[in-house]
Design a protein around this ligand. Structure first.
Ligand code: BGC
Length: 402
C-alpha cells in the first residue's frame, strides 16, 4: 500500500509546511506531549508495558481502554449466552459446544487479553497462544444440562496488509467449516472486522458469533438478529477524549496530576468533563484506561446512535490553533478507521486542534517513521505504532529533532 499523509484541515496541509504560531514554538520536540494510544508500548515478547518508554518524559502517556477487564467482560458475555442458549447452539447434539477463535495480533496486548479472557471464562486455557489449547471446559446451562466446551481451532489473522485481517479471517473460516462442519457451535473473534469476515462464510447457518469494538457495521448485524450476537464497546469516545483532554490541559498550563484529572474527575479549564464512560488512571504505566461495555441486541441501537459525549459542550477560549501530529498504524484497520478516527474529527473543534494524520501500511514501522518528520512544527504527538515494541524509536526521532 502507498504511504499516505492526510490532513483533515480544510486546506491541504503537508507536514513540511505546517507552522505553529507561538505557545510551544521554541520548545524542543522532546519536551512536548507524546501520547501513545490503541497500541500500548510493550516489552518484546510479553504483555508487560514497557515502563522505560512510558517514563521517557513527564508528558508521555497512554490513552486507551482497560484491555484485561475487556477480555474478561467478553468472556463473561459469551458464558452468559451459552448458559441461556446451549441446547439450541449444539448443532450436532453431541453435548459439546465447539468453538473457533480468531486472534487479531499475537504481539498486541488487547488481542492477548481477549484471548485469555475468553479461554479463562470458558475453561479452555489461560494463555494467549495461537495454538489450540488442549483444555476442555464445561458449562452448566440454565436448563441444568452440563456441556463440554472445546476450542477446535485458532489462528492469528495476518496477511501482507498486517494483522487483524478480515480477509484472512474469512478464508480461514471457510477452511474450518470444511474441516469441522457442525462441530462449530460458536465463533469468537478478537475484533468485529474479523467476525464479520467469518460470518460471510456460514452459508445461511446461524452460528452465534461474538466480536469486539462495537463498530457500526457490526451493530447493524446484531440488530438484524442473525449470527452476530454480541460485541464489546471499548468506549471510543472516552478514549479519544482522553487524548484530547490531556493535550488541552497541557496547552492550558496544567502540570502534574492536573494533566489527567482535569476533564476526567473535575471539569477542565473550559468546563468540559468526560461523561460517556469512566476513565481510570494507572500510575505505574501512565495509562488512562476507559471502561468497556457489553453490547447485545438489547442495547445495540443506542450504541449505534453514536451520540456525542454529553460532558463535552464548551469550546476552548484558547485562540491559538494547536498543531498535532497523529499517526495511525494502518489505513485499513476496521476499528481505527470506522470508529476511532471519525470520533477524533468530531471533537477537534472544541479543542482548537488541527491534526496532520500520518497513516502506516500496517506492517512496516518505516511507513510511519518516514513521515514522522518536521517535528518542530507540531505542538504535540499522538502515536499509534505498527509494532508495540517501537516506542523508543519515536522517542529517538523526537530527541534528534530537539
Ligand atoms: C481493536 C482492533 C484493532 C486494533 C488495532 C484493537 O483495540 O479492538 O479492532 O484492529 O486495536 O491496533
Amino acid at each position: 500500500m502507498k504511504k499516505k499523509l492526510v490532513s483533515i484541515a480544510a486546506l491541504a496541509l503537508v507536514a513540511g509546511v505546517v507552522t505553529s504560531c507561538g505557545g510551544t514554538s521554541g520548545t524542543p520536540s522532546n519536551e512536548k506531549p507524546l501520547i501513545f494510544y490503541n497500541r500500548q508500548p510493550l516489552k518484546a515478547g510479553t504483555s508487560d508495558v514497557d515502563t522505560s518508554v512510558m517514563n521517557w518524559s513527564d508528558l508521555t502517556f497512554y490513552g486507551g481502554f482497560d484491555a484485561v477487564a475487556g477480555g474478561e467482560t467478553q468472556g463473561q458475555m459469551i458464558v452468559d449466552y451459552i448458559k441461556e442458549h446451549a441446547a439450541e447452539m449444539d448443532r450436532n447434539g453431541d453435548g459439546t459446544i465447539g468453538y473457533v477463535l480468531a486472534i487479531g495480533q499475537n504481539s498486541h496486548n488487547d488481542s492477548m487479553a481477549r484471548t485469555i479472557g475468553v479461554r479463562t471464562a470458558l475453561g479452555t486455557g489461560t494463555t494467549a497462544d495461537d495454538t489450540t489449547a488442549t483444555g476442555t471446559g464445561s458449562i452448566t446451562a440454565n436448563d441444568g444440562v452440563t456441556y463440554t466446551i472445546k476450542e477446535l481451532a485458532t489462528q492469528e489473522m495476518r496477511d501482507a496488509a498486517g494483522p487483524w485481517s478480515q480477509t484472512v479471517a474469512a478464508s480461514t473460516m471457510a477452511g474450518w467449516i470444511n474441516q469441522y462442519g457442525d462441530q462449530i457451535d460458536l465463533v469468537v473473534s478478537n475484533n468485529d472486522g474479523m467476525a464479520e469476515g467469518m460470518i460471510g462464510q456460514y452459508g445461511g447457518a446461524v452460528i452465534p458469533t461474538f466480536g469486539y469494538d462495537a463498530n457500526a457495521s457490526t451493530l447493524e448485524l446484531i440488530l438484524q438478529g442473525g449470527s452476530m450476537k454480541g460485541t464489546i464497546s471499548q468506549n471510543h469516545h472516552a478514549q479519544v477524549l482522553t487524548v484530547l483532554e490531556v493535550l488541552r490541559n497541557y496547552f492550558d498550563g496544567a502540570t502534574g496530576a492536573d494533566l489527567y484529572t482535569k476533564g476526567f474527575t473535575t471539569p477542565d479549564a473550559s468546563g468540559n468533563q468526560i461523561k460517556s464512560a469512566s476513565v481510570a488512571y494507572d500510575s505505574t504505566t501512565k495509562a488512562l484506561l476507559a471502561e468497556n461495555g457489553i453490547v447485545t441486541i438489547d442495547n445495540a441501537q443506542s450504541v449505534l446512535n453514536d451520540e456525542a459525549d454529553p460532558g463535552i459542550v464548551n469550546t476552548t477560549s484558547d485562540t491559538e490553533t494547536r498543531q498535532i501530529l497523529w499517526t495511525v498504524y494502518s489505513a485499513t484497520d476496521n476499528f481505527l478507521n470506522q470508529s476511532y478516527v471519525p470520533t477524533v474529527q468530531r471533537y477537534l473543534k472544541y479543542y482548537n486542534f488541527e491534526v496532520t494524520w500520518v497513516y502506516g501500511d500496517g506492517t512496516a514501522e518505516s511507513s510511519i517513521t518516514n513521515n514522522f518528520v518536521n517535528l518542530e512544527n507540531y505542538d504535540a504527538y499522538v502515536v499509534n505504532m505498527v509494532e508495540t515494541t517501537s516506542g523508543a524509536l519515536y522517542q529517538d526521532l523526537l530527541d534528534q529533532a530537539s
